[in-house]
Design a protein around this ligand. Sequence first.
Ligand code: RTP
Ligand code: MG
Length: 141
Amino acid sequence: MALERTLSIIKPDAVAKNAIGAIVGRFEAAGLKVVAAKLKQLSRKEAEGFYAVHKERPFFGALVEFMISGPVFIQALEGEGAIQKNRDLMGATDPKKADKGTIRADFAESIDANAVHGSDSAENAAIEIAYFFATTEVVSA
Ligand code: RTP
Ligand code: MG
């Protein structure tokens, strides 16, 4: 498996419940390394730009409102197969369908307030990391 980087966002619902540490702990326990991180209040423009691929979907407005409802914790994670590993740790988009023990099963309330975002491909991971971090802000040990 290749060494990869992926973008993770701990969404406003999970930040509001003081779950940043618990969720980062799961990434670290699974062998993913935090190589960039920041807490940020997204502007409407930033949230719309980030989720631009979904702009024609019926849930786009609600998704943007939710993503700007409070601060988010944004990280670049690095590790072997990091993109799929993060998606596996997150669980299904709808927490009701997420496997037991996944982040969404344990921390998410609904398909809208679903605790975390994770890049879904290598191409999107590169785009999403560059969307939030300058190259000098991503550090490999
Ligand atoms: P994410 O991008 O946030 O990591 O989530 P995902 O890949 O599992 O899901 P995606 O299809 O990319 O959708 C992005 C976010 O939009 C919200 N959503 N709502 N009401 C709905 O049917 C619906 N579908 C998606 C979710 O909050 C999802 O995380
Ligand atoms: Mg997605």
